[in-house]
Structures are given as C-alpha cells and as structure tokens.
Design a protein around this ligand. Sequence first.
Ligand SMILES: Nc1nc2c(ncn2[C@@H]2O[C@H](COP(=O)(O)OP(=O)(O)O)[C@@H](O)[C@H]2O)c(=O)[nH]1
Ligand SMILES: [Mg+2]
Length: 269
Amino acid sequence: MTTNISDPTKSAELLSIVVPVFDEEKTLAAIVEKLLAVPHLHEIIIVDDCSTDATPEIIERLAAEHVVIRSVRLPQNQGKTAAVKAGFANTTGSIVIVQDADLEYDPAEIPDVIYPIVAGFADVAYGSRFMVRRAARVLYFYHYLGNKGLTFLSNALTNLNITDVETCYKAFRGDIIRNMNITSSGFGFEIEVTAKVAKLGCVLYEVPISYYGRTYEEGKKITYRDGIAAFYYAVRFNLFCSRKSSFKAVPEISNRLTPLLASKQDEKS
Ligand SMILES: Nc1nc2c(ncn2[C@@H]2O[C@H](COP(=O)(O)OP(=O)(O)O)[C@@H](O)[C@H]2O)c(=O)[nH]1
Ligand SMILES: [Mg+2]
C-alpha cells in the first residue's frame, strides 16, 4: 500500500471514527463517551442526518466539550449511506471505522477490529456478529435469514467468504475509503462498499465481535425495504460497475503492507 497513507509513525493520526446519526438522543452521548476511550483516537466525525429529536443539541454540546469531535449536519434526511459518505470526506486518519450511534456494537472491541490493518496484514477489516466474541443478543429470525441470503449473494458475486456483510463495524485504510465513489442510498453502503473493496483486490479480514442488538421498540430503523434494496445493490455494484468507476483515483494495493504502528519490540529498541 503506497498511496496517501498518513505517516505510519504518527499514531496520533491513526483512527477516525465516523458516526452516522438519525434521532438517537437516547444513546448518542453514551456511545460517544465509549468512543473517547478508544486507543489511538484521532477524531470522531458525527454526521447528523437531519434529526428531529434532541440529537443536534447533544452533538453541539459534545463537540464543544471535546476537540476530537467534529460534526456535520445534512440539510435533509438522506439515509445512513449519505451520512457515512459525508463523514468519510471529512476524515484524515490512516484508518477509518464506522460506528452506529445506537449501542448495538461495543467500542471496546474496536481495537480488535482494526488490529489486522494496524498490524499491516489487511487493507479492510469487518467485525462479524456470527463469529461471536463475548455475547450476541438473540433477535429477529427473519433479519438473520435476510442477512444470510444477502451475504450469500454478495459472496457469490465477490468470491469473498464473508460471514456478516451487513455488520456496522467496517474499518478501512483511510486512502481506500476516501477515494471510493459511493453512489447508493438508504442502507446500500454495506453492500456497495463490499463490492468495491472486492473489485480493488483488498486484503480483507473478519474479526469476532459481540452484538447487543436492539428491537424496533428500542429504536431500530432498518426495514425489510432496505433488505430488498440491498439485493438490488449486490447485483448492480458487482455486475454493472467497473473497478475504475468505483474510485476517484484507484488506490494501489500491495501484497506487502506496512504496519501502521511500531510493534512493542520496535518501541523498546
Ligand atoms: N444518517 C442516517 N442514519 C440512520 C438512518 N436511519 C438509521 N440510521 C443510523 O444507522 C445506524 C443503524 O441503524 P439501525 O436501525 O440500528 O440498523 P442496523 O443496526 O443496521 O440494523 C444507527 O446509528 C442509526 O442512527 C437515516 O435515515 N440516516
Ligand atoms: Mg443498529
């Protein structure tokens, strides 16, 4: 990997966290508090997708209290994909990860998720809820079926053996995600980005994570319509989209990646 990666020796510039938010007044402050404790944090970019509850005031307060927090507000509600896209454009870190604003994923596990990239053997790393690390809430069977079907179709088209394509924990080398053209809407990002990192030939790892899922009564927003759209996006972005059009400038991928942090042994010497 050679293009546009920030100086690997500067761990202070390591990790950018993008938080897409829509009406999450109940959980936003709690999730941000956990994110502030993540090692090697460089910045948190909170993207408010035109929330209608107290979310904007909470973001304003958090940004005033912590210099690492920056916020973007979209003029109208456009969906998670538009929010993460706006967030990515504002990042500068060597690694970029997405963190949903609910409490379904535990930021304490972010260091594990990004480890394959930090250590230099991956370009992209996903946290998988089907390789359970500590605990996974038992929830909707039809969501499970939808995710399995979608993961199956995405894998069949990318020839990558992923277990959880819809996971929120997706981490990328910064130059890869900043260079990607993202054109889907709604929740299409998960499928689109997977198709495009596959086209690029990225080295992708999965890491087990926990899942503290929430119900619709507790605020879950994704619907079966998003699931149907995702099947469409799998076909569109895998079969009708070229590698060249997937990126502003196609990032260079090398088989010999460089660790982004000095190992403990290097630090001692
Ligand atoms: N920006 C944006 N984010 C949304 C929207 N709907 C949901 N989200 C966010 O996307 C994340 C995931 O939403 P959720 O309903 O929990 O879906 P799931 O975790 O993928 O099943 C949460 O952080 C939501 O706040 C939306 O319309 N716009
Ligand atoms: Mg969620």
